[in-house]
Design a protein around this ligand. Structure first.
Ligand SMILES: Cc1cc2nc3c(=O)[nH]c(=O)nc-3n(C[C@H](O)[C@H](O)[C@H](O)COP(=O)(O)OP(=O)(O)OC[C@H]3O[C@@H](n4cnc5c(N)ncnc54)[C@H](O)[C@@H]3O)c2cc1C
Length: 226
């Protein structure tokens, strides 16, 4: 999974200044005012709107099955994705790395994952490689026969990579992180698929860098979006 923070306009100060407009108006723009305690209070009491005055734009490369999960996040998110109608898709396919758990046990909503056997591993990785190669050569053959890209792509599996731009604010990002990461200290545990966690973890690292007090408060208060 590849995640790049293309641009951001998001600082802890932005949140504090937006919150202070309700009490001291534009005096809240004073850079000397403390930021961390206010952010902690906002997070704890779930005053979420000040966190919306921030913006992150990420560029993501991920398999289609991950993008499909990602695009379920609607509130405060904007997307643009590469087109399988307008461009020829590159032959980049996801095959899980050695050690990716393969067996699911437990019940829906709270599965646990176990490594699986060597035979399962060889079959999964061998089949994925074989089917990806076969599907892509069929795709190319259809294009060479002058079949439209929008039709030829129908033979491609969901482990082919796509790329997209996604823009969100800190509040929508925290909601996404609460659902798409797995952490022991989460007040409301989530059970996201490993591959979207790999995307979310990189987004969280960028979030921590841009907004350290907000990211720390999110984590301290149980990883519930305010
Ligand atoms: C572990 C896991 C398993 C999942 N399994 C499935 C599955 O089996 N099938 C499936 O279809 N989806 C599944 N999903 C997707 C899930 O149902 C959500 O669509 C996704 O997590 C986005 O969450 P959201 O709607 O809260 O986010 P957003 O769309 O970003 O919305 C954020 C918040 O805004 C509010 N909101 C947004 N839209 C509306 C609305 N129309 N009406 C009222 N309030 C709104 C809600 O408070 C919402 O929580 C799964 C997600 C996870 C994390």
């Amino acid at each position: 999974m590849y995640v790049d923070l293309m641009k951001s306009d998001a600082t802890d100060f932005d949140v504090a200044a937006a919150a202070r407009v309700s009490t001291i108006g534009s005096d809240g723009l004073d850079l000397n005012l403390p930021v961390e305690p206010l952010i902690n209070y906002l997070m704890r009491d779930r005053h979420g709107s000040p966190f919306e005055h921030t913006r992150f734009t990420f560029y993501v490369e991920a398999p289609i099955f991950v993008a499909r999960e990602f695009f379920r996040h609607r509130a405060g998110f904007s997307y643009n994705e590469e087109s399988g109608r307008y461009k020829e898709l590159a032959p980049t396919f996801y095959v899980p790395a050695d050690g990716r758990p393969l067996r699911q046990v437990g019940k829906p909503g709270a599965y646990q994952f176990e490594l699986g056997t060597y035979k399962q591993w060889m079959t999964v990785s061998g089949d994925l490689k074989r089917i990806s190669a076969e599907a892509y050569s069929t795709y190319k053959r259809l294009l060479e026969m002058d079949v439209a890209r929008e039709v030829a792509r129908m033979v491609l599996p969901v482990n082919i990579y796509t790329s997209f731009y996604v823009t969100c604010n800190a509040r929508s990002l925290m909601h996404f992180l609460s659902l798409r990461t797995k952490r022991e200290n989460a007040k409301v545990p989530s059970f996201p698929q490993l591959e979207i966690q790999m995307v979310a973890d990189q987004m969280e690292a960028a979030f921590e860098e841009q907004m350290p007090f907000t990211a720390a408060a999110f984590d301290t208060h149980g990883r519930v979006a305010p």
